[in-house]
Design a protein around this ligand. Structure first.
Ligand SMILES: [Cu+2]
Length: 157
């Protein structure tokens, strides 16, 4: 059974010291440290991302890293070119670790603008504005996938 949880539910689940020290308080709508939902009519750049497994058991994103300027709005067009289900999640590395631990305990679908989960062969998109400078992370948090290589840095300058 799959449970649909929002970022807020995840925050509530992890309402412990680790999360409290790692995030700013609310009050800015859906703004996250990594940024916010982008305006599809004001996209600065479009980037294609593929997700797949390799013959030797790795799971990969292509490209493996991203570098953006503060304030840029990116349209990610994401293709699952593999044979398994995958997802693309933008967040801080710290929150991805917590989120991944939660995913290991219960299968979970996201209903958040910072992520998309795709069946094999499917395509989806995430339009995102990187409003804050810093080093963030994109990852697939389906159990075992992060460890198989599905994560990379997002540097915002
Ligand atoms: Cu995956």
């Amino acid at each position: 059974m799959k449970t649909i949880l929002s970022t807020l539910a995840i925050a509530a689940f992890f309402a412990g010291p680790a999360l409290a020290s790692g995030t700013h308080g609310g009050g800015h709508g859906d703004e996250m440290e990594v940024g916010k939902l982008g305006d599809v009519h004001h996209v600065d750049r479009e980037i294609s991302v593929s997700m797949k497994e390799t013959d030797d058991g790795e799971m990969l994103f292509e490209p493996r890293t991203f570098s953006f300027s503060t304030g840029e709005t990116i349209k990610f067009t994401i293709t699952n070119a593999g044979e398994l289900e995958h997802e693309f999640v933008l967040d801080t590395a710290q929150r991805n670790v917590l989120h991944k631990e939660m995913m290991a305990k219960m299968d979970m679908e996201h209903d958040d603008p910072n992520s998309v989960r795709l069946d094999a062969g499917a395509q989806g998109e995430v339009v995102w504005t990187f409003s804050n400078a810093g080093t963030f992370e994109f990852a697939c948090l389906i159990p075992g996938h992060y460890e198989s290589g599905m994560h990379g840095p997002v540097v915002v300058k």
